[in-house]
Ligand binder design. Structure first.
Ligand code: NAP
Length: 517
Protein backbone atom coordinates (compact mmCIF):
# COMPACT_ATOMS: atom_id res chain seq x y z
CA UNK A 1 0.00 0.00 0.00
CA UNK A 2 1.44 3.36 -1.03
CA UNK A 3 2.23 5.56 1.97
CA UNK A 4 1.49 9.22 2.62
CA UNK A 5 4.56 11.27 3.45
CA UNK A 6 4.28 14.81 4.86
CA UNK A 7 7.05 17.04 3.58
CA UNK A 8 8.19 19.34 6.40
CA UNK A 9 9.51 22.68 5.19
CA UNK A 10 9.11 24.91 8.25
CA UNK A 11 11.94 26.98 9.73
CA UNK A 12 11.86 25.36 13.18
CA UNK A 13 11.79 21.83 14.54
CA UNK A 14 8.90 22.69 16.84
CA UNK A 15 6.72 24.02 14.02
CA UNK A 16 7.45 20.86 11.98
CA UNK A 17 6.41 18.74 14.97
CA UNK A 18 3.16 20.73 15.18
CA UNK A 19 2.44 19.83 11.55
CA UNK A 20 2.98 16.13 12.26
CA UNK A 21 0.54 16.48 15.14
CA UNK A 22 -1.98 18.35 12.94
CA UNK A 23 -1.98 15.73 10.17
CA UNK A 24 -1.24 12.71 12.32
CA UNK A 25 -4.28 10.68 11.32
CA UNK A 26 -3.61 11.18 7.61
CA UNK A 27 0.13 10.43 7.33
CA UNK A 28 2.39 7.36 7.56
CA UNK A 29 5.74 9.13 7.54
CA UNK A 30 7.42 12.52 7.20
CA UNK A 31 10.34 14.07 5.36
CA UNK A 32 12.44 16.55 7.33
CA UNK A 33 13.74 19.12 4.85
CA UNK A 34 16.76 20.34 6.78
CA UNK A 35 17.54 22.86 4.01
CA UNK A 36 14.39 24.78 5.05
CA UNK A 37 15.35 24.96 8.75
CA UNK A 38 16.90 28.04 10.35
CA UNK A 39 20.65 27.20 10.70
CA UNK A 40 20.39 27.37 14.53
CA UNK A 41 18.01 24.42 14.39
CA UNK A 42 20.55 22.16 12.68
CA UNK A 43 22.04 21.21 16.06
CA UNK A 44 18.83 19.40 16.99
CA UNK A 45 18.04 17.33 13.93
CA UNK A 46 19.44 14.09 15.38
CA UNK A 47 16.58 13.89 17.92
CA UNK A 48 13.88 14.51 15.34
CA UNK A 49 12.87 10.87 14.57
CA UNK A 50 12.31 10.17 18.29
CA UNK A 51 10.22 13.36 18.63
CA UNK A 52 8.24 12.70 15.44
CA UNK A 53 7.12 9.22 16.47
CA UNK A 54 6.75 8.11 12.84
CA UNK A 55 9.35 7.04 10.23
CA UNK A 56 11.25 10.08 8.92
CA UNK A 57 13.26 10.76 5.75
CA UNK A 58 16.32 12.98 6.21
CA UNK A 59 16.72 15.35 3.26
CA UNK A 60 19.00 18.32 2.68
CA UNK A 61 18.03 19.58 -0.75
CA UNK A 62 20.39 21.77 -2.81
CA UNK A 63 19.15 24.80 -4.74
CA UNK A 64 19.81 23.08 -8.06
CA UNK A 65 17.38 20.31 -7.04
CA UNK A 66 14.64 22.71 -5.96
CA UNK A 67 15.76 23.11 -2.32
CA UNK A 68 17.29 25.94 -0.28
CA UNK A 69 20.72 24.61 0.75
CA UNK A 70 23.34 26.96 -0.65
CA UNK A 71 26.50 26.20 1.41
CA UNK A 72 29.06 23.83 -0.08
CA UNK A 73 28.82 20.05 -0.50
CA UNK A 74 31.31 19.49 2.34
CA UNK A 75 29.08 21.16 4.90
CA UNK A 76 26.01 19.39 3.49
CA UNK A 77 27.65 16.00 3.94
CA UNK A 78 28.74 16.99 7.47
CA UNK A 79 25.14 17.93 8.25
CA UNK A 80 23.85 14.64 6.83
CA UNK A 81 26.40 12.82 9.02
CA UNK A 82 25.22 14.72 12.08
CA UNK A 83 21.65 13.60 11.46
CA UNK A 84 22.66 9.98 10.97
CA UNK A 85 25.35 9.71 13.68
CA UNK A 86 25.16 7.73 16.94
CA UNK A 87 22.60 5.26 15.65
CA UNK A 88 20.48 3.74 18.39
CA UNK A 89 19.64 0.06 18.74
CA UNK A 90 15.93 0.92 18.59
CA UNK A 91 15.59 1.83 14.91
CA UNK A 92 12.53 4.00 15.55
CA UNK A 93 14.85 6.61 17.02
CA UNK A 94 17.00 6.83 13.88
CA UNK A 95 16.09 8.34 10.53
CA UNK A 96 14.33 5.53 8.65
CA UNK A 97 15.43 6.89 5.25
CA UNK A 98 17.92 9.35 3.85
CA UNK A 99 17.46 11.05 0.48
CA UNK A 100 20.73 11.21 -1.49
CA UNK A 101 20.81 12.71 -4.98
CA UNK A 102 22.03 10.60 -7.88
CA UNK A 103 25.31 12.51 -8.24
CA UNK A 104 26.25 12.58 -4.54
CA UNK A 105 29.35 10.46 -3.83
CA UNK A 106 29.68 9.62 -0.12
CA UNK A 107 30.56 5.90 0.05
CA UNK A 108 31.66 6.04 3.70
CA UNK A 109 28.43 7.64 4.83
CA UNK A 110 26.34 5.26 2.74
CA UNK A 111 28.06 2.23 4.22
CA UNK A 112 27.51 3.47 7.77
CA UNK A 113 23.88 4.26 7.02
CA UNK A 114 23.21 0.77 5.65
CA UNK A 115 24.87 -0.85 8.63
CA UNK A 116 22.42 0.77 10.98
CA UNK A 117 19.30 0.06 8.93
CA UNK A 118 18.59 3.50 7.43
CA UNK A 119 17.44 3.04 3.82
CA UNK A 120 18.76 5.17 0.99
CA UNK A 121 16.36 6.94 -1.38
CA UNK A 122 18.38 7.74 -4.51
CA UNK A 123 16.75 10.79 -6.05
CA UNK A 124 16.53 12.55 -9.40
CA UNK A 125 14.72 15.86 -10.01
CA UNK A 126 13.68 17.50 -13.24
CA UNK A 127 11.73 20.78 -13.05
CA UNK A 128 11.41 21.36 -16.79
CA UNK A 129 10.22 18.03 -18.18
CA UNK A 130 10.33 14.26 -17.66
CA UNK A 131 13.43 13.23 -19.66
CA UNK A 132 13.92 9.54 -20.36
CA UNK A 133 12.09 8.50 -17.26
CA UNK A 134 12.20 4.75 -17.95
CA UNK A 135 16.00 4.71 -18.25
CA UNK A 136 16.30 6.92 -15.20
CA UNK A 137 14.21 4.66 -12.98
CA UNK A 138 16.15 1.63 -14.15
CA UNK A 139 19.62 3.10 -13.70
CA UNK A 140 19.22 5.28 -10.62
CA UNK A 141 19.91 2.78 -7.82
CA UNK A 142 23.53 1.92 -7.06
CA UNK A 143 22.73 -1.09 -4.88
CA UNK A 144 19.58 -3.21 -4.94
CA UNK A 145 18.34 -2.15 -1.51
CA UNK A 146 17.99 1.51 -2.50
CA UNK A 147 14.66 3.11 -3.43
CA UNK A 148 14.73 5.02 -6.73
CA UNK A 149 13.00 8.41 -6.54
CA UNK A 150 12.00 10.36 -9.64
CA UNK A 151 10.38 13.80 -9.30
CA UNK A 152 9.62 15.24 -12.73
CA UNK A 153 7.51 18.04 -14.22
CA UNK A 154 5.14 16.74 -16.93
CA UNK A 155 4.32 19.44 -19.50
CA UNK A 156 1.03 17.86 -20.54
CA UNK A 157 -0.91 14.60 -20.22
CA UNK A 158 1.23 12.82 -22.85
CA UNK A 159 4.15 13.19 -20.42
CA UNK A 160 1.91 11.81 -17.69
CA UNK A 161 1.19 8.79 -19.85
CA UNK A 162 4.93 8.20 -20.23
CA UNK A 163 5.23 8.24 -16.44
CA UNK A 164 2.58 5.51 -16.08
CA UNK A 165 4.20 3.49 -18.87
CA UNK A 166 7.66 3.74 -17.32
CA UNK A 167 6.23 2.68 -14.00
CA UNK A 168 4.60 -0.40 -15.55
CA UNK A 169 7.80 -1.31 -17.36
CA UNK A 170 9.72 -1.22 -14.08
CA UNK A 171 7.21 -3.29 -12.13
CA UNK A 172 8.72 -4.93 -9.08
CA UNK A 173 11.43 -2.29 -8.70
CA UNK A 174 11.00 -0.31 -5.47
CA UNK A 175 10.50 3.32 -6.44
CA UNK A 176 8.96 6.67 -5.68
CA UNK A 177 7.46 8.55 -8.61
CA UNK A 178 6.18 12.10 -8.37
CA UNK A 179 4.61 14.01 -11.25
CA UNK A 180 4.87 17.64 -10.18
CA UNK A 181 2.75 20.59 -11.33
CA UNK A 182 -0.95 20.63 -12.29
CA UNK A 183 -0.64 17.79 -14.82
CA UNK A 184 0.98 15.56 -12.21
CA UNK A 185 -1.77 15.78 -9.58
CA UNK A 186 -3.28 12.48 -10.78
CA UNK A 187 0.05 10.70 -10.15
CA UNK A 188 0.00 11.85 -6.53
CA UNK A 189 -3.58 10.57 -6.10
CA UNK A 190 -3.02 7.32 -8.03
CA UNK A 191 0.29 6.60 -6.31
CA UNK A 192 -0.89 3.06 -5.50
CA UNK A 193 -1.79 2.31 -9.13
CA UNK A 194 1.51 3.88 -10.17
CA UNK A 195 3.40 1.46 -7.92
CA UNK A 196 5.00 4.34 -6.00
CA UNK A 197 6.26 3.57 -2.50
CA UNK A 198 4.83 6.86 -1.25
CA UNK A 199 3.04 10.05 -2.23
CA UNK A 200 4.40 13.38 -0.97
CA UNK A 201 2.06 15.89 0.64
CA UNK A 202 2.61 19.22 2.32
CA UNK A 203 0.96 21.93 4.38
CA UNK A 204 -0.98 23.94 1.80
CA UNK A 205 -2.83 26.33 4.15
CA UNK A 206 -1.31 29.77 3.67
CA UNK A 207 1.19 28.32 1.21
CA UNK A 208 2.76 30.43 -1.51
CA UNK A 209 2.46 30.52 -5.29
CA UNK A 210 5.60 28.39 -5.66
CA UNK A 211 4.09 25.40 -3.89
CA UNK A 212 0.90 25.75 -5.95
CA UNK A 213 3.01 25.62 -9.12
CA UNK A 214 4.60 22.38 -7.91
CA UNK A 215 1.12 20.90 -7.45
CA UNK A 216 1.42 20.34 -3.71
CA UNK A 217 -1.55 18.77 -1.97
CA UNK A 218 -2.32 18.49 1.74
CA UNK A 219 -2.59 15.09 3.45
CA UNK A 220 -6.18 15.90 4.40
CA UNK A 221 -7.18 16.59 0.79
CA UNK A 222 -5.40 13.47 -0.43
CA UNK A 223 -7.35 11.31 2.02
CA UNK A 224 -10.69 13.08 2.36
CA UNK A 225 -11.12 14.71 -1.02
CA UNK A 226 -9.40 12.07 -3.16
CA UNK A 227 -9.95 8.81 -1.23
CA UNK A 228 -6.23 7.92 -1.25
CA UNK A 229 -6.60 5.18 1.36
CA UNK A 230 -9.34 3.43 -0.61
CA UNK A 231 -7.58 3.29 -3.97
CA UNK A 232 -6.32 -0.10 -5.12
CA UNK A 233 -5.38 -1.53 -8.49
CA UNK A 234 -9.07 -2.46 -8.95
CA UNK A 235 -10.49 1.03 -8.26
CA UNK A 236 -12.45 2.56 -11.16
CA UNK A 237 -11.29 6.00 -12.30
CA UNK A 238 -13.57 8.88 -13.30
CA UNK A 239 -12.68 12.51 -13.77
CA UNK A 240 -13.18 15.94 -15.19
CA UNK A 241 -11.21 17.31 -18.13
CA UNK A 242 -10.77 20.98 -19.00
CA UNK A 243 -8.26 23.79 -18.99
CA UNK A 244 -7.10 25.45 -16.84
CA UNK A 245 -9.60 23.70 -14.54
CA UNK A 246 -8.65 25.97 -11.65
CA UNK A 247 -11.99 25.59 -9.86
CA UNK A 248 -14.01 22.43 -10.07
CA UNK A 249 -16.39 21.10 -7.44
CA UNK A 250 -17.00 17.76 -9.15
CA UNK A 251 -14.28 15.78 -7.29
CA UNK A 252 -15.86 16.81 -3.97
CA UNK A 253 -19.32 15.76 -5.15
CA UNK A 254 -18.34 12.43 -6.68
CA UNK A 255 -15.76 11.31 -4.14
CA UNK A 256 -18.15 12.09 -1.28
CA UNK A 257 -20.85 9.99 -2.96
CA UNK A 258 -18.37 7.17 -3.71
CA UNK A 259 -17.27 7.13 -0.06
CA UNK A 260 -20.76 7.25 1.44
CA UNK A 261 -22.12 4.67 -1.01
CA UNK A 262 -19.04 2.44 -0.67
CA UNK A 263 -18.32 2.46 -4.40
CA UNK A 264 -14.78 1.42 -5.34
CA UNK A 265 -14.06 4.47 -7.51
CA UNK A 266 -12.19 7.76 -7.49
CA UNK A 267 -12.82 11.04 -9.31
CA UNK A 268 -9.83 13.12 -10.39
CA UNK A 269 -9.35 16.49 -12.11
CA UNK A 270 -7.36 16.19 -15.36
CA UNK A 271 -6.27 19.64 -16.54
CA UNK A 272 -5.39 19.10 -20.20
CA UNK A 273 -3.77 21.44 -22.65
CA UNK A 274 -4.68 19.05 -25.44
CA UNK A 275 -7.89 17.00 -25.52
CA UNK A 276 -6.32 14.19 -27.59
CA UNK A 277 -3.73 13.61 -24.89
CA UNK A 278 -6.49 13.28 -22.31
CA UNK A 279 -8.32 10.71 -24.44
CA UNK A 280 -5.12 8.69 -24.87
CA UNK A 281 -4.49 8.78 -21.13
CA UNK A 282 -8.13 7.87 -20.50
CA UNK A 283 -7.61 4.77 -22.60
CA UNK A 284 -4.36 3.95 -20.87
CA UNK A 285 -5.79 4.33 -17.35
CA UNK A 286 -9.15 2.83 -18.33
CA UNK A 287 -11.07 5.93 -17.25
CA UNK A 288 -14.76 4.97 -17.27
CA UNK A 289 -16.35 8.38 -17.66
CA UNK A 290 -15.70 12.08 -17.34
CA UNK A 291 -17.18 15.51 -17.10
CA UNK A 292 -16.02 17.82 -19.88
CA UNK A 293 -15.66 21.50 -19.25
CA UNK A 294 -14.17 24.73 -20.66
CA UNK A 295 -12.83 24.79 -23.40
CA UNK A 296 -13.63 21.28 -24.69
CA UNK A 297 -17.44 21.01 -24.65
CA UNK A 298 -17.65 21.43 -28.42
CA UNK A 299 -14.36 19.79 -29.48
CA UNK A 300 -15.18 16.58 -27.61
CA UNK A 301 -18.16 15.91 -29.89
CA UNK A 302 -15.81 14.94 -32.76
CA UNK A 303 -14.48 12.08 -30.62
CA UNK A 304 -17.82 10.51 -29.76
CA UNK A 305 -19.33 7.47 -31.45
CA UNK A 306 -22.68 8.06 -29.89
CA UNK A 307 -24.32 11.35 -28.89
CA UNK A 308 -27.58 11.99 -27.09
CA UNK A 309 -30.28 14.27 -28.43
CA UNK A 310 -29.28 16.94 -25.89
CA UNK A 311 -25.78 17.12 -27.42
CA UNK A 312 -27.20 17.37 -30.93
CA UNK A 313 -29.59 20.14 -29.95
CA UNK A 314 -27.21 22.14 -27.73
CA UNK A 315 -24.11 21.55 -29.90
CA UNK A 316 -22.13 21.02 -26.69
CA UNK A 317 -21.30 17.97 -24.57
CA UNK A 318 -20.36 18.04 -20.88
CA UNK A 319 -20.40 14.31 -20.08
CA UNK A 320 -18.71 11.29 -21.68
CA UNK A 321 -18.94 7.60 -20.88
CA UNK A 322 -16.69 4.77 -22.08
CA UNK A 323 -18.69 2.21 -24.02
CA UNK A 324 -15.90 -0.28 -24.56
CA UNK A 325 -12.97 -0.83 -26.88
CA UNK A 326 -12.84 -1.36 -30.63
CA UNK A 327 -10.00 -2.61 -32.80
CA UNK A 328 -9.26 -0.25 -35.65
CA UNK A 329 -8.14 -1.61 -38.98
CA UNK A 330 -5.94 1.26 -40.16
CA UNK A 331 -2.18 0.72 -39.85
CA UNK A 332 -0.82 2.14 -36.62
CA UNK A 333 -4.24 2.19 -34.97
CA UNK A 334 -4.81 -0.64 -32.55
CA UNK A 335 -7.42 -0.83 -29.85
CA UNK A 336 -9.21 2.31 -28.78
CA UNK A 337 -11.95 3.36 -26.47
CA UNK A 338 -15.41 4.21 -27.76
CA UNK A 339 -17.17 7.08 -26.05
CA UNK A 340 -20.75 8.21 -25.86
CA UNK A 341 -21.72 11.69 -24.76
CA UNK A 342 -24.60 13.63 -23.34
CA UNK A 343 -25.32 17.12 -22.08
CA UNK A 344 -26.56 17.30 -18.50
CA UNK A 345 -26.27 21.11 -18.33
CA UNK A 346 -29.54 21.24 -20.27
CA UNK A 347 -31.61 19.29 -17.72
CA UNK A 348 -29.78 20.86 -14.77
CA UNK A 349 -30.51 24.34 -16.11
CA UNK A 350 -34.18 23.68 -16.78
CA UNK A 351 -34.91 21.96 -13.49
CA UNK A 352 -33.15 24.69 -11.53
CA UNK A 353 -34.79 27.63 -13.31
CA UNK A 354 -38.31 26.18 -13.47
CA UNK A 355 -38.34 25.12 -9.84
CA UNK A 356 -37.11 28.61 -8.85
CA UNK A 357 -39.84 30.25 -10.96
CA UNK A 358 -42.39 27.61 -9.91
CA UNK A 359 -43.34 27.22 -13.58
CA UNK A 360 -43.61 24.33 -16.02
CA UNK A 361 -42.59 26.24 -19.15
CA UNK A 362 -41.26 29.64 -20.28
CA UNK A 363 -44.08 30.59 -22.63
CA UNK A 364 -44.55 34.39 -22.63
CA UNK A 365 -41.18 35.00 -20.95
CA UNK A 366 -38.72 37.43 -22.60
CA UNK A 367 -35.22 36.35 -21.69
CA UNK A 368 -31.72 37.78 -22.19
CA UNK A 369 -28.85 35.28 -22.24
CA UNK A 370 -25.38 36.77 -21.70
CA UNK A 371 -22.71 34.61 -23.33
CA UNK A 372 -22.68 32.22 -26.29
CA UNK A 373 -20.38 29.41 -25.11
CA UNK A 374 -21.15 25.83 -24.12
CA UNK A 375 -23.35 26.68 -21.13
CA UNK A 376 -25.26 29.32 -23.14
CA UNK A 377 -25.90 26.78 -25.90
CA UNK A 378 -27.41 24.39 -23.37
CA UNK A 379 -29.53 27.16 -21.82
CA UNK A 380 -30.74 28.57 -25.15
CA UNK A 381 -31.74 25.13 -26.48
CA UNK A 382 -33.84 24.63 -23.36
CA UNK A 383 -35.39 28.12 -23.53
CA UNK A 384 -36.44 27.26 -27.09
CA UNK A 385 -37.88 23.89 -26.03
CA UNK A 386 -39.77 25.58 -23.19
CA UNK A 387 -41.20 28.17 -25.62
CA UNK A 388 -39.45 31.27 -24.23
CA UNK A 389 -38.35 34.26 -26.37
CA UNK A 390 -34.71 35.15 -26.23
CA UNK A 391 -32.03 37.78 -26.89
CA UNK A 392 -28.45 36.51 -26.92
CA UNK A 393 -25.65 38.96 -26.11
CA UNK A 394 -22.01 38.03 -26.37
CA UNK A 395 -18.62 39.76 -26.26
CA UNK A 396 -17.99 38.26 -29.69
CA UNK A 397 -21.23 39.27 -31.43
CA UNK A 398 -20.60 36.87 -34.33
CA UNK A 399 -20.91 33.93 -31.94
CA UNK A 400 -24.13 35.39 -30.53
CA UNK A 401 -25.48 35.69 -34.06
CA UNK A 402 -24.53 32.10 -34.97
CA UNK A 403 -26.31 30.74 -31.92
CA UNK A 404 -29.37 32.99 -32.27
CA UNK A 405 -29.92 32.12 -35.94
CA UNK A 406 -30.41 28.45 -35.04
CA UNK A 407 -33.54 29.41 -33.15
CA UNK A 408 -34.68 32.60 -34.86
CA UNK A 409 -33.76 34.59 -31.74
CA UNK A 410 -32.43 38.17 -31.44
CA UNK A 411 -28.74 38.81 -30.84
CA UNK A 412 -26.17 41.53 -30.17
CA UNK A 413 -22.80 42.43 -28.67
CA UNK A 414 -22.21 43.30 -25.03
CA UNK A 415 -22.33 47.03 -25.69
CA UNK A 416 -24.51 50.13 -25.26
CA UNK A 417 -26.54 49.26 -28.37
CA UNK A 418 -27.74 46.13 -26.61
CA UNK A 419 -29.38 48.15 -23.82
CA UNK A 420 -32.46 49.10 -25.87
CA UNK A 421 -33.02 45.50 -26.96
CA UNK A 422 -32.60 44.30 -23.39
CA UNK A 423 -35.50 46.44 -22.24
CA UNK A 424 -37.72 44.15 -24.33
CA UNK A 425 -36.09 40.97 -22.97
CA UNK A 426 -35.85 41.59 -19.26
CA UNK A 427 -38.27 39.19 -17.57
CA UNK A 428 -35.36 36.85 -16.97
CA UNK A 429 -31.61 37.44 -17.40
CA UNK A 430 -29.32 34.42 -17.59
CA UNK A 431 -25.60 35.13 -17.09
CA UNK A 432 -23.55 32.28 -18.61
CA UNK A 433 -20.01 33.71 -18.92
CA UNK A 434 -17.27 32.87 -16.38
CA UNK A 435 -16.83 36.60 -15.62
CA UNK A 436 -16.94 37.08 -11.83
CA UNK A 437 -15.70 33.59 -10.95
CA UNK A 438 -13.22 33.23 -8.08
CA UNK A 439 -10.62 34.73 -7.78
CA UNK A 440 -11.82 37.62 -10.00
CA UNK A 441 -14.94 38.13 -7.95
CA UNK A 442 -15.20 41.90 -8.57
CA UNK A 443 -15.56 41.46 -12.35
CA UNK A 444 -18.96 42.17 -13.88
CA UNK A 445 -19.87 40.86 -17.36
CA UNK A 446 -22.18 43.76 -18.26
CA UNK A 447 -21.68 46.83 -16.07
CA UNK A 448 -23.53 49.02 -18.58
CA UNK A 449 -26.83 47.37 -17.76
CA UNK A 450 -28.79 48.80 -14.80
CA UNK A 451 -31.32 46.43 -13.26
CA UNK A 452 -34.85 47.82 -12.84
CA UNK A 453 -35.64 45.41 -10.02
CA UNK A 454 -38.31 43.45 -11.88
CA UNK A 455 -35.95 40.98 -13.53
CA UNK A 456 -35.35 37.44 -12.34
CA UNK A 457 -31.59 36.98 -12.60
CA UNK A 458 -29.78 33.65 -12.82
CA UNK A 459 -25.97 33.50 -12.80
CA UNK A 460 -24.57 30.07 -13.70
CA UNK A 461 -21.44 30.73 -11.60
CA UNK A 462 -21.38 28.88 -8.25
CA UNK A 463 -18.04 30.08 -6.90
CA UNK A 464 -18.65 32.59 -5.38
CA UNK A 465 -22.28 31.91 -4.52
CA UNK A 466 -23.03 35.58 -5.07
CA UNK A 467 -21.20 37.21 -7.98
CA UNK A 468 -20.78 40.99 -8.37
CA UNK A 469 -23.48 40.76 -11.08
CA UNK A 470 -25.93 39.01 -8.73
CA UNK A 471 -25.13 41.46 -5.93
CA UNK A 472 -26.07 44.39 -8.16
CA UNK A 473 -29.28 42.62 -9.16
CA UNK A 474 -30.17 41.89 -5.55
CA UNK A 475 -29.54 45.49 -4.51
CA UNK A 476 -31.90 46.65 -7.25
CA UNK A 477 -34.61 44.36 -5.84
CA UNK A 478 -34.40 41.47 -8.35
CA UNK A 479 -35.02 37.82 -7.51
CA UNK A 480 -31.69 36.04 -7.92
CA UNK A 481 -30.53 32.44 -8.37
CA UNK A 482 -26.90 31.29 -8.42
CA UNK A 483 -25.44 28.26 -10.23
CA UNK A 484 -25.11 25.89 -7.26
CA UNK A 485 -28.56 24.35 -7.60
CA UNK A 486 -27.99 23.78 -11.34
CA UNK A 487 -24.56 22.31 -10.60
CA UNK A 488 -25.98 19.69 -8.26
CA UNK A 489 -28.90 18.88 -10.51
CA UNK A 490 -26.68 18.42 -13.55
CA UNK A 491 -24.22 16.39 -11.44
CA UNK A 492 -27.05 14.04 -10.46
CA UNK A 493 -27.95 13.43 -14.13
CA UNK A 494 -24.26 13.10 -15.05
CA UNK A 495 -23.70 10.53 -12.32
CA UNK A 496 -26.71 8.52 -13.41
CA UNK A 497 -25.58 8.59 -17.05
CA UNK A 498 -21.98 7.59 -16.35
CA UNK A 499 -22.47 5.09 -13.53
CA UNK A 500 -25.85 3.79 -14.65
CA UNK A 501 -27.20 3.86 -11.09
CA UNK A 502 -29.47 6.18 -9.10
CA UNK A 503 -27.94 9.24 -7.51
CA UNK A 504 -28.37 9.12 -3.70
CA UNK A 505 -30.52 12.22 -3.33
CA UNK A 506 -30.48 11.97 0.47
CA UNK A 507 -26.84 13.13 0.28
CA UNK A 508 -27.69 16.47 -1.35
CA UNK A 509 -27.91 18.48 1.93
CA UNK A 510 -24.52 17.10 3.02
CA UNK A 511 -23.02 17.90 -0.39
CA UNK A 512 -24.39 21.44 -0.27
CA UNK A 513 -22.83 21.89 3.16
CA UNK A 514 -19.46 20.68 1.87
CA UNK A 515 -19.50 22.87 -1.23
CA UNK A 516 -20.52 26.02 0.61
CA UNK A 517 -17.48 25.74 2.93
P1 NAP B 1 -17.23 28.63 -22.68
O1 NAP B 1 -17.82 27.64 -23.60
O2 NAP B 1 -15.77 28.83 -22.67
O3 NAP B 1 -17.93 30.05 -22.99
C1 NAP B 1 -17.54 31.19 -22.32
C2 NAP B 1 -18.46 32.36 -22.69
O4 NAP B 1 -18.12 33.44 -21.84
C3 NAP B 1 -18.29 32.84 -24.12
O5 NAP B 1 -19.52 33.32 -24.56
C4 NAP B 1 -17.29 33.98 -23.96
O6 NAP B 1 -17.40 34.99 -24.92
C5 NAP B 1 -17.72 34.55 -22.64
N1 NAP B 1 -16.62 35.24 -21.98
C6 NAP B 1 -15.47 34.67 -21.52
N2 NAP B 1 -14.70 35.62 -20.97
C7 NAP B 1 -15.36 36.80 -21.10
C8 NAP B 1 -15.07 38.13 -20.71
N3 NAP B 1 -13.94 38.44 -20.08
N4 NAP B 1 -15.99 39.08 -20.99
C9 NAP B 1 -17.13 38.78 -21.61
N5 NAP B 1 -17.47 37.53 -22.01
C10 NAP B 1 -16.59 36.55 -21.73
O7 NAP B 1 -17.67 28.32 -21.17
P2 NAP B 1 -19.01 27.60 -20.65
O8 NAP B 1 -18.82 26.13 -20.64
O9 NAP B 1 -20.15 28.16 -21.39
O10 NAP B 1 -19.06 28.03 -19.10
C11 NAP B 1 -19.32 29.37 -18.76
C12 NAP B 1 -19.59 29.50 -17.26
O11 NAP B 1 -20.74 28.77 -16.88
C13 NAP B 1 -18.46 28.99 -16.38
O12 NAP B 1 -18.27 29.90 -15.31
C14 NAP B 1 -18.99 27.68 -15.84
O13 NAP B 1 -18.46 27.35 -14.56
C15 NAP B 1 -20.47 28.01 -15.74
N6 NAP B 1 -21.27 26.77 -15.78
C16 NAP B 1 -22.02 26.47 -14.68
C17 NAP B 1 -22.77 25.32 -14.67
C18 NAP B 1 -23.59 24.99 -13.46
O14 NAP B 1 -24.00 23.83 -13.33
N7 NAP B 1 -23.86 25.93 -12.59
C19 NAP B 1 -22.78 24.47 -15.78
C20 NAP B 1 -22.02 24.83 -16.89
C21 NAP B 1 -21.27 25.99 -16.89
P3 NAP B 1 -16.61 34.96 -26.32
O15 NAP B 1 -17.41 34.07 -27.22
O16 NAP B 1 -16.59 36.39 -26.74
O17 NAP B 1 -15.25 34.40 -26.03
Amino acid sequence: MSKICLCLTEKTISRNLELIEKYHKYIDMAELRVDCLHPDENFYIRQFPRQAGIPVILTIRRKQDGGFYSSGEGSRVALLSRGLAFAEADKRYNFAYVDLEEDLEVPGLEEAVRTFGTRIIRSYHNFTGIGNIYEKIKSLRRIGDEIAKIAVMPQDLNDVMSIYNASRETLGLEKIIVGMGPYGLNTRILSEKLGSFLSYTSETEGSDQASAVLGHISPRDLVEKYRFRDISSATDIYGVVGFPLSTTYSPRIYNTVFSREKIDAVYIPFPAHNLDYFLELAEDLNIKGAAVTIPYKEEIIHHLSNVSGSVQIAGACNTIKALGMITRSLPGESVSKVWSGTNTDTLGFTESLLSFLERKHLRGQKITVIGAGGAARAAVSEIFRLKGKCLILNRNAVRARELALNYGYAWGGLDSQALDSMERYSDIIIQTTPVGTFPNTEDDPFELYHFNGHETVMDLIYNPMQTAFLKRALTAGCRVLNGMDMLLRQAKHQYEYILERDFPEHLIPALLGLLKK
